[in-house]
Design a protein around this ligand. Structure first.
Ligand code: ATP
Length: 503
């Protein structure tokens, strides 16, 4: 799996999906640029989300709020005081870690040990293997399970009590069993705020400290009444937004999974107090269906319900996708109560209430949020689509099996040879179709090489123009996944592709 992940990263670069930022200056950690194919895939992904949330829901509308906001917003939201990660340094290696991530990794390693033990035994005993019995009686499994449970409960307690010294102690103790760096020379654990700040304007009193938003949600909350009033929205209703967010992540790793500049697609759904858990379940179901409609297989996704809730939430779950490095969160669904609106009312001194004409009373709505990272979703699509196939001639075909709707290029238009009027005919077809979907004209190299190139960027259809095309206005359509080819009339291309690119 580690190998596959490396291949996905290098494939992304080689085929213009994702480049490290500022590469000629040796890069900038945890910042990435999207290339010519990446930006198309990303735009298609955002459209898939926007259409399903805004276009298909009469009671959801969109906004686009600014990245800079009044700094008091971040005081009200709790980010200035509490948007922290616990940080620890190893004094010898001078490496910095997130204390909680170190412990989570250690727990994952113990889990791994247990699973490997079970797999080994399953292989050894074959059909007669009783897995449950083995898990309950094998001394090595029991020992690791006990260790795991101990660390887990100490960890949960330390997080709950916000006890930084305990976190450090767990790291020191774990190191005995599983060395992280080979030394016990660690600093204390301290809190590190993840918000980036900068200065705005220059007045005689000095400039104002402002933050780059760490989430797009607050832009929705502070505009709640603007949208409700101007759009004559009735509770329940939602406001959706796609936009950049910034977090000074301590451990930036796993490619575009954890970035310092990233993009979110968020929707805040305002409901009558008391109805939030019903809506939470509603959106939980809908969001999972949205993911599964992509066709990667239901077993690639799972819910992870939170045991420990943030102080403002009364229910929370993550939708996780099976990345090459395990199941990881791509989307969070949170029932945020009236925390945000009430806080803004308190800090701004402005009423944030809604008058409900049906209930004939005013109240502060409760909020159910769906929040998904564009880049994480993008990574899940790369991981779900990357595939290698051995062909009959022994060659390897590398292919991005993107859902056709998301593919950066829908149709490659390929004149068989660069003469006899074939390029001109191909251009004619291109000029006709390019207004309907993204087409790419390609005449360089042999047809086989061109097919391979389009497999690698995930183009679902190729149309080849040959001498027969000049006689009867038909082309060969070649399908990416099956490599099957079929002769069709030029006039039917539009329909064939439109039908298959509709999610
Ligand atoms: P994590 O626990 O992985 O740090 P989170 O729980 O802090 O994530 P939220 O604050 O709920 O994340 O943000 C909502 C979504 O935004 C996440 O599900 C994820 O897809 C995305 N996201 C959050 N942080 C990052 C990041 N540093 N890089 C890329 N995407 C991110």
């Amino acid at each position: 799996q580690e190998e596959v992940f490396k291949k996905i990263i290098s494939h992304s670069k080689e085929y213009g999906f994702v480049f490290p930022s500022s590469e000629i200056y040796d890069g900038l950690s945890a910042v990435y640029d999207y290339g010519q194919n990446g930006v198309e895939l990303k735009n298609n992904l955002k459209k898939y989300w926007w259409d399903s949330m805004v276009l298909l829901h009469e009671n959801v509308v969109g906004i686009d709020s600014a990245i800079f906001m009044h700094p008091t917003i971040w005081k009200a939201s709790g980010h200035v005081d509490a948007f922290n990660d616990p940080l620890i340094d190893n004094k010898d290696s001078k490496k910095r870690y997130r204390a909680d991530v170190l412990i989570e990794d250690h727990l994952a390693k113990l889990d791994d040990k247990i699973e490997k033990e079970v797999q080994k035994a399953a292989k050894r005993f074959g059909d007669s293997f009783d897995e449950q019995m083995f898990r309950e009686t094998n001394p090595r499994v029991l020992e690791n399970r006990q260790k795991r449970d101990e660390v887990h409960s100490r960890f949960a307690k330390a997080l709950n009590d916000n006890n930084l010294e305990d976190l450090r102690q767990i790291i020191l103790d774990c190191e005995i069993a599983c060395p992280i760096s080979g030394t016990r020379n660690w600093t204390e654990v301290r809190q590190f705020n993840l918000m980036f700040s900068t200065e705005m304007g220059a007045t005689s009193d000095g400039a104002m400290k402002v933050y780059l938003r760490p989430e797009s949600a607050q832009g929705i909350f502070v505009n709640f009444l603007n949208v409700q009033k101007t759009g004559r929205m009735k509770v329940p209703f939602g406001i959706a937004q796609i936009g950049k967010a910034f977090r000074n992540e301590i451990v930036a790793r796993q490619f575009i999974f954890r970035m310092r500049e990233f993009e979110q697609m968020e929707m805040q759904f305002f409901v009558v107090p008391g109805e939030e858990l019903k809506w939470f379940e509603h959106w939980k179901k809908l969001r999972m269906e949205w993911h599964q409609a992509l066709g990667f297989g239901a077993d690639k996704y799972r819910f992870h319900d939170h045991d420990k809730l943030a102080h403002y939430a009364n229910a929370a779950t993550d939708i996780e996708f099976e990345m090459p490095f395990g199941f990881k969160e791509v989307e969070g669904i949170h029932s945020r109560t009236d925390f945000d609106l009430s806080q803004h009312e308190k800090f701004s001194g402005k009423k944030m209430q809604y008058f409900d004409p049906e209930l004939n009373k005013s109240y502060t709505p409760y909020v159910v949020e769906t929040s998904i990272g564009v880049d994480r979703m993008f990574l899940s699509i790369l991981a779900g689509s990357y595939c290698e196939e051995t062909l009959e001639n022994g060659e390897t075909r590398v292919m991005m099996k993107f859902p056709a709707e998301l593919a950066p290029v829908k149709l490659a238009i390929l004149p068989l040879v660069r003469k006899d009027g074939l390029p001109e005919k191909a251009r004619e077809i291109m000029d006709d179709l390019k207004f309907s979907f993204s087409c790419q004209y390609d005449e360089k190299d042999s047809i086989g090489k061109r097919y391979r190139r389009h497999d690698a960027i995930g183009t679902p259809f190729c149309a080849t123009i040959d001498h027969q095309t000049l006689e009867d206005n038909t082309v060969t359509v070649r399908y990416r996944d099956s490599m099957e080819q079929e002769r069709v009339a030029i006039d039917s291309l539009q329909n064939i592709i439109a039908q298959k690119t509709d999610l």
